[in-house]
Design a protein around this ligand. Structure first.
Ligand code: ADP
Ligand code: NI
Length: 217
């Protein structure tokens, strides 16, 4: 009961904070990740309280939008959790998850240390692929001022997170630099299954995109 109250409080605060965020990181992304994380957690032996809190807080104060300070997300999350009276042990676990889970380039490893982290990372990554993932990529690309596609520009398999975050490729290149790689990086069996389907959908979409680009269909 106490846990439910805390989750509701945190969800309310995150919603308020992200309501006016740009595309990609709006409240509804967090809402979907929260929902999917709960679904995946049912099949895993995990602490649901930790999973829900990490899902809700994983994008608060995303450092990409806050002057590049990587520590700011976990710091804001920590403050919020302590204000709700969450135990230190849980706070540490949640902050550890949110500071390690994000994608940082095709060749950069981001292995999670706990089952709870694996579930939340899977839920976040599922939201980056499939129909929603396609919409998010073009929305984010538009927000950044990237081209939708540039046939003269090859995708880059980034070796460091610095290179990855500096990248200024087209939205279609983002599929090759991240989205089409995610199905191979899922942690849990259920996410692997869902990712496979979403992956197929993206491939079909890209096939069609290139056919239309070439004026074939
Ligand atoms: P996440 O919330 O999955 O950690 P990010 O914060 O990296 O994702 O990015 C938010 C959304 O924008 C994701 O769906 C991601 O795939 C997409 N995105 C990130 N970088 C780019 C880019 N350079 N071009 C197009 N879409 C991008
Ligand atoms: Ni996210």
């Amino acid at each position: 009961m106490k846990h439910k109250k805390i989750i509701d409080q945190v969800a309310g605060k995150v919603k308020q904070q992200l309501e006016h965020e740009g595309p990609g990181h709006d409240w509804w992304h967090v809402f979907r990740v929260w929902n999917m994380a709960q679904r995946l957690a049912k099949k895993e032996k995990v602490d649901l309280f930790v999973v829900e809190l990490a899902a809700l807080l994983h994008d608060v104060a995303d450092w990409k939008f806050h002057g590049g300070d990587e520590k700011i997300g976990p710091r804001v999350a920590r403050k919020m959790l302590l204000a709700e009276g969450v135990d230190e042990e849980v706070v540490i676990h949640v902050c550890e998850i949110i500071s390690t889970m994000s994608f940082k380039g095709a060749k950069v490893k981001t292995k999670m240390a706990s089952r709870e982290g694996m579930v939340v990372q899977d839920a976040d990554r599922l939201d980056a692929i499939g129909a929603i993932g396609i919409a998010r990529a073009f929305a984010y690309g538009g927000h950044k001022g990237s081209l939708m596609y540039n046939p003269d520009q090859q995708p880059v398999m980034h070796k460091t997170k610095e290179e990855y975050f500096k990248g200024s490729g087209s939205s279609v290149n983002h599929f090759y630099e991240k989205l089409l790689l995610l199905k191979y990086q899922m942690n849990t069996p259920m996410a692997k299954r869902l990712a496979n389907e979403r992956h197929q959908f993206m491939k079909k979409y890209l096939d069609r995109f290139f056919q239309e680009w070439a004026g074939k269909v």
